[in-house]
Design a protein around this ligand. Structure first.
Ligand code: ADP
Ligand code: MG
Length: 330
């Protein structure tokens, strides 16, 4: 088969009828001109975020393309969730080593399945040849003034986590031979790493309810620290309350405890939401968990004194705390 040109590739894999102008989703002009023209909902603010996934850094080069398509969008959807924004329009910039139709088909399948599930339209992008690298820009909308920020947590607020933390990091620790999972556990952990479920519905429900929110992408300790810094407060967390899978719990009780603890508290790639609410709202959060069919756990309390303390079951602070991933740390 003749090699695909750049524009054939875009047309065949990324330009879709349902994502073009006239679908009543605010697209005045979609893929095909020098820029897309979008019509935001009057009275809303645009939430804009971008996330880059680099081969060998954020994923293994031989990862299933469908999973990569899913994840490239999911990590951005998670940022929208953390802002309480409705995701709307995506732009996809990719460097590809070659135009492999099988690979592109799988990637597009993963990307568009998740986009469709969240009502997101792909309205543009850029495609070049180069070392595999995917970069998605996502635009969302939020009613003016209602976005969830990192800066609103107050002393006495409850701290909550959705889902469970640490499984994605556990998959990598297992892969690196640092601990041993059963085949079933490993499959579940790989799934958490490759197919995170962004908590968009939760984020929307937290508007007017949460005082602060962040998505856990670099590990709880580091991400919660961003909230504490922005809000000029501290926090006390109960280790026993931090939600985790049975697989991770089992590792915590094994000789691999330190590694499991790092996965739980600083592993990253979780894409769960960490948010704070006034304590009077605790019953509303419990009701929300039931409504969404999503585990929401109260894991601690915001404190007036700066600093993050994680207490073990006897009330002793863990020290030192595992540190969050930093691309530029020595
Ligand atoms: P320009 O040279 O003006 O930047 P391009 O020739 O790179 O435009 O792209 C042509 C059109 O295709 C543009 O509308 C661009 O947004 C879109 N596009 C390019 N790559 C992708 C992609 N991977 N996914 C979606 N749209 C893309
Ligand atoms: Mg271009």
């Amino acid at each position: 088969m003749a090699a695909l040109t750049e524009f054939e590739l875009i047309d065949r894999f990324f330009r879709r009828q349902e994502n073009s102008a006239g679908n009543a989703r605010g697209i005045v002009l979609g893929i095909g001109d020098d820029a897309a023209l979008l019509a935001p909902t009057p009275g809303s603010q645009l939430a804009a975020s971008v996330d880059m996934l680099v081969s060998g850094r954020h994923f293994f080069a031989d990862v299933e393309p469908e999973a990569l398509g899913h994840k490239a969008l999911a990590v951005n959807l998670s940022d929208m969730a953390a802002m309480g924004a409705t995701p709307r329009w995506a732009l996809l910039a990719g460097a590809l080593p070659d135009a492999d139709p099988q690979w592109l088909k799988g990637f597009a399948r993963g990307f568009f399945a998740l986009a469709k599930a969240h009502g997101v339209d792909l309205v543009g992008g850029d495609t070049t040849r180069g070392p595999l690298n995917l970069c998605v820009t996502l635009l969302g909308e939020v009613p003016a003034g209602e976005a969830l920020l990192r800066s609103g947590a107050l002393a006495g607020d409850s701290i909550w986590l959705s889902g469970a933390l640490g499984d994605a990091a556990l998959a990598l620790a297992h892969h690196a031979g640092q601990l041993v999972l059963t085949a079933d556990e490993a499959a579940a952990c790989w799934n958490a790493l490759l197919r995170p479920a962004p908590r968009v519905a939760l984020g929307l429900k937290l508007r007017g309810l949460a005082s602060a929110a962040i998505d856990v992408s670099d590990g709880l300790v580091g991400d919660l620290a961003h909230v504490l810094e922005a809000s000029k407060v501290g926090a006390v967390l109960e280790l026993a309350a931090i939600p985790r899978s049975e697989a991770l719990d089992r590792q915590l009780a094994s000789s691999a405890r330190d590694i499991a603890l790092r996965c739980l508290l600083a592993g990253g790639d979780d894409y769960e939401l960490c948010f704070t609410t006034a304590p009077s709202h605790d019953p509303r959060v419990a009701a929300l968990a039931a409504e969404l069919g999503l585990e929401l756990r109260r894991v601690g309390t915001i404190a007036a004194e700066p600093g993050l303390i994680v207490q073990d079951s006897s009330g002793r602070p863990l020290a030192p705390l595992p540190q969050a991933y930093d691309h530029f740390a020595a």
